[in-house]
Design a protein around this ligand. Structure first.
Ligand code: PLP
Length: 483
């Protein structure tokens, strides 16, 4: 047996590169990522291909190993070539992501050191770093010291954590579900409905509160609906407001909504996955007034703080409620009780996760290395760029705009002299996307095909917006010529 074990040890040894091998691997990986970043300014934002990365299947997982050069070749050809280049400045679609380099370095360190960030005693430093970041977010939002939170993989899971906390915070049990009412709008992100379903709450009554001409929830109607539902013997319990809708960037009127939640004692959950980061700059803070009065909120650092994908956050005003909804004990976890101090609550007791990546480092490193000021400036820049686009595009013959942007998303469309408006805009959208120099996306608003521009990438600047306007004009001309 000893002999066999030793044999296996030798075979498994390939998993641990030695110092020299590490240096060579790292060198090649850094070269690869450096070339990527050196090229990013010239990179098309969208690369449509016929093969769509199929080549990867020609290299299945087998007993054979390949070297790093071959691995990077596959990566370049089949993964980093086809599709969207989210990190390019011209990516102005959906909700842009970015990919801060210093965050990637944080991920690298976190993965090498692999600190266990789920349980306090295992890595007190990693847990304190997470606390520090959540406290910082709570502070600029305006939450009290009683708040607690969780760094999640993204906004969808953060919404789920918020809704589960709201459910338990209101002591809802299965018997109550069919008479409990949730208030949202048709602009609420679909992850909220998904979270309600996953949380077992799909049988709740969902009241779609009407929105105004700027796509914001109408508070008077919300109030009436709650009163009506109470009168009908139902149990209104949750309002989901959005601080920056995905579709149009609209901010629901948070102050009157918070008043209503307070009067009727409903839980107010605010989805700020896209918009809440703007509270970091004065102008955004003004737009988001009332956010600090919610019972729970979410914010996506992989959106507004420009991190690579994989970072959301949820905050709950009364931190104990978050813990009550998520703590757990297990026999095999008993050592932690002896080793733990009462200093910090373990993230595992505030989250659906147990083992988790050391997620704090990818946010902490960029914030510490740059300081907060560049983030604040970038966010204000995005707000102004959206307003700039809004002003410019409507000065061009044929373009009409939606409402003045609350945050950094603008809706607009082109009205051709003749022919179908929807069809024209569908063509225009497609032509811009296929061109690849910028990538815009579209939506349906009241059945109308509408173009939207979302500015949130940290590389998007004034010349990016000018370029987008130029390309739009160019494509309009092309389509009109071919008509
Ligand atoms: C992006 C977004 C979500 C979902 O967040 P993920 O990080 O993609 O899971 C939820 N709500 C809003 C308003 C969003 O913009």
């Amino acid at each position: 047996m000893r002999k066999r074990i030793k044999q296996l040890e030798k075979l498994a040894g390939a998993l641990e590169p030695n110092a020299e091998e590490r240096a060579s691997l790292l060198d090649k990986v850094i070269q690869y990522t450096n070339v990527f970043l050196d090229d990013i300014e010239q990179m098309p934002t969208y690369v449509p291909t016929d093969d769509k990365g199929m080549g990867l299947y020609d290299s299945p997982i087998t007993e054979e190993s390949i070297d790093i050069d071959e691995a990077l070749r596959l990566l370049k050809h089949d993964v980093d070539r086809p599709g969207l280049n989210i990190g390019t400045d011209g990516y102005l679609a959906f909700i842009p992501g970015s990919g801060l380099y210093t965050s990637a370095l944080g991920d690298y360190i976190a993965a090498v050191t692999n600190r266990y960030a789920g349980i306090f005693f295992a890595s007190p430093g990693a847990v304190r770093m997470e606390r520090l970041l959540l406290d910082w977010i709570a502070d600029f939002i305006g939450y009290p010291k009683s708040a607690a939170g969780d760094l999640t993989s993204g906004g969808s899971i953060a919404n789920l954590v918020g809704i589960v906390t709201a459910r338990d915070g209101h002591h809802l049990s299965a018997n109550d579900f069919t008479r409990s009412v949730v208030y949202l709008t048709k602009q609420t992100h679909h992850s909220v409905e998904k979270a309600l379903r996953i949380a077992g709450l799909k049988e709740c009554v969902k009241r779609i509160v009407p929105i105004d001409e700027c796509y914001r929830m109408k508070p008077e109607v919300l109030d009436d609906a709650i009163l009506g539902d109470k009168k009908a013997g139902l149990n209104p319990w949750l309002i989901v407001a959005t601080a920056g809708t995905t579709d149009t960037g609209a901010v629901d009127p948070l102050v009157p909504i918070a008043d209503i939640a307070q009067t009727h004692q409903l839980w107010l959950h605010v989805d700020g996955a896209y918009g809440a980061a703007f509270a970091l700059c004065d102008e955004g803070k003004r737009k988001l007034k009332g956010l600090e009065r919610s019972d729970s909120l979410i914010i996506d650092p992989h959106k507004g703080f420009f991190l690579p994908f994989g970072s959301g956050a949820v905050l709950v005003r009364d931190g104990e409620k978050l813990q009550q909804a998520h703590h757990y004990d297990a026999d095999y976890m008993q050592d932690q009780d002896q080793l733990a101090s009462s200093d910090e609550i373990s993230p595992a007791d505030l989250s659906p996760e147990l083992s988790r990546p050391f997620r704090a480092l990818r946010l902490w490193l960029p914030l510490k290395l740059a300081g907060v000021a560049p983030f604040r400036a970038a966010l204000e820049e995005k707000l102004l760029l959206a307003r700039y686009f809004y002003d410019k595009i409507q000065q061009i013959d044929g373009f009409e705009v939606g409402p003045y942007p609350d945050l950094s998303i603008v809706t607009y469309r082109y009205i051709p002299d003749r022919g179908d408006v929807n069809q024209f805009n569908r063509r225009l959208n497609h032509a811009v996307q296929q061109d690849g120099r910028v990538f815009l996306s579209s939506t349906l608003i009241d059945g109308q095909f509408t173009l939207r521009l979302a500015v949130l990438g940290f590389r998007a600047h004034l010349d990016t917006i000018d370029r987008a306007i130029e390309i739009l004009q160019e494509k309009v001309k092309e389509i009109e010529r071919n008509h």
